[in-house]
Design a protein around this ligand. Structure first.
Ligand code: HEC
Length: 99
């Protein structure tokens, strides 16, 4: 019984360490929150239009050196998340065959 408790504690410690060291963001929201707060606090993008948000990300990438920490693929995901547009919603806007 005591051996089992020691085993569980060991596994918990290992998992905790793994979670901390393996800090790779997965979802677009995580990408935004982790990547965009690398150089400053997480930006508050409320009040910007879709075009402005896209422009901000491009400015960060081209002029502020964010391309060192954000890959083009991640940038696309971040733009999709902060502008609320994804490939899915774009597909839906292409008409429903009513014409
Ligand atoms: C490599 C560093 C870096 C990264 C990564 C980065 N920024 Fe910035 N950002 C800056 C610098 C430098 C400034 C200007 C100085 C300041 O305000 O701290 C800035 C300023 C801003 C501003 C203030 C408005 C402006 O244009 O000055 C916003 C909004 C912003 N960043 C959003 C973002 C977003 C969204 C991301 C993620 C896509 C991001 N930043 C990632 C460096 C970075």
């Amino acid at each position: 019984m005591r051996l089992l408790a020691v085993g569980i504690a060991l596994v918990a410690a290992l998992v905790g360490f793994w979670l901390r060291s393996y800090n790779q963001p997965g979802s677009p929201r995580e990408l935004f929150e982790v990547r965009c707060s690398t150089c400053h606090a997480r930006p508050d993008l409320l009040g910007y239009t879709v075009q402005e948000k896209r422009g901000i990300v491009m400015t960060m990438l081209r002029e502020r050196g964010a391309d060192k920490v954000i890959s083009p693929k991640e940038a696309a995901q971040i733009i999709g998340y902060i502008t609320g547009s994804s490939a899915e919603t774009k597909d839906k806007e292409q008409g429903d065959g009513d014409t």
